[in-house]
Design a protein around this ligand. Structure first.
Ligand SMILES: C[S@@+](CC[C@H](N)C(=O)[O-])C[C@H]1O[C@@H](n2cnc3c(N)ncnc32)[C@H](O)[C@@H]1O
Length: 346
């Protein structure tokens, strides 16, 4: 039986407890640097870092599992307190123990080394990552993307890479673009365990351009536009990197879902329904759904107008997730002209 100290008493610790490998591990105590969290957690003592450092490794516990996105910082703090580095593991390593029989030691080490997973998806056959955001198969269910053999695809906002992986499995040569470095997420580990030669561009979608990044047959733009203050600039760049006739798949928050998700809109579904054929974008100062980085929430009609004014023909539009979000499949039909008439020189 391996005895664990778990550093963290938040959501990640709760997740570990929900799938705890009781057959092989037991928890002796928790650690939290926040004095307000001392006391008991799930019936076990919560120690401060200094008290944890006074315990004897091998006698009081065998390993320290870090249940926090700040794995790197906590590891440094623990080592500075005298806890041997080789005894410190990530919470993810406990999660992947359940699938250890499906992984090589090298794969287990790769996956366990990721400090925090956003996506929960099947990264290898039978091995599912511990993120809260599940893989959404309907995002890639359009018949036009069923077989991507030989196509060049760009996955904007790839994060841990579930859609990059799926498009690769369908035969595409995928490039990922995200504002977050691939080593801060599970993306780099996903590529290594799958031996995927994926190019990752760590950049802002506002800087996407064909001269630097090339051109593509398909762009996926899932869960990103509402995080932008200027989603139309992003659509304009997507138009520029798509080959003529190329496809863009766009998914995200739409106003139709607001009564389910946002306090201000709760009970106002009738207002949204009455105006649903009028293209309307709701702009808030990053407060939609209580999330600081949610800016623009268009209704589905508005999302289509954004696409149509960005050089696309919308082939299919629809609400997904019980009406909470919108999904559009669109084809590039023209390059973008200047937004205003340019007068000839006098
Ligand atoms: C809500 S997640 C969506 C992840 C994934 N596409 C999905 O649908 O599950 C938003 C992703 O977009 C990335 N992102 C946000 N703003 C961006 C920007 N301006 N340029 C590039 N990526 C951005 C984030 O880092 C994150 O990976």
């Amino acid at each position: 039986m391996t005895r664990l100290l778990i550093w963290g008493t938040g959501g990640q610790a709760e997740k570990i407890l929900a799938q705890f490998p009781h057959d092989t591990h037991e928890i002796t105590a928790f650690v939290d640097s926040d004095p307000a969290r001392r006391g008991l957690f799930h019936g076990l003592p919560v120690l401060g870092p200094a008290a944890a450092a006074r315990l004897t490794v091998g006698q009081d516990y065998d390993q320290l599992a870090v249940a926090s996105v700040f794995l790197g910082e906590i590891r440094q703090q623990a080592v500075a307190l005298g806890i041997p580095a080789e005894r410190i593991i990530s919470a993810a390593s406990l999660h992947f123990l359940n699938a250890a029989h499906l992984l090589t030691a090298a794969q287990l080490a790769e996956l366990a080394g990721v400090p925090w997973w956003y996506h929960g998806y099947e990264i290898l056959p039978g091995v599912v990552t511990p993120g809260a955001c599940g893989y959404k198969p309907w995002l890639l269910s359009h018949p036009l993307v069923a077989n991507l053999t030989g196509q060049r695809a760009l996955d904007i906002g790839a994060w841990d890479g579930p859609y990059t992986l799926e498009m690769s499995r369908r035969g595409a040569l995928v490039t990922a673009l995200d504002i977050q470095p691939p080593t801060h997420s599970g993306f780099a580990a996903m590529c290594r365990v799958n031996h995927l030669p994926v190019r990752h561009i760590c950049a802002n979608v506002y800087d996407l351009n064909p001269a630097e990044h090339g051109t593509f047959d398909l762009v996926t733009f899932f869960g990103v536009y509402y995080h932008l203050k200027n989603p139309l600039a992003a659509l304009s760049n997507i138009n520029a990197v798509l080959k003529p006739g190329g496809l863009v798949l766009v998914e995200g928050a739409v106003l139709e879902g607001a009564p389910m998700l946002d306090g201000f809109w709760a009970g106002r579904a009738d207002v949204i329904e009455a105006l649903r054929d009028i293209p309307m974008g709701y702009f808030v100062k990053g407060e939609y759904e209580g999330e600081w980085s949610n800016w623009w929430v268009p209704n589905l009609t508005c999302l289509c107008h954004w696409l149509e004014s960005s050089g696309f023909e919308v082939l299919e539009r629809g609400l997904v997730e019980g009406g909470a979000r919108g999904l559009c499949v669109a084809r590039k039909v023209q390059a973008l002209a200047p937004e205003h008439t340019v007068l000839p020189p006098a």
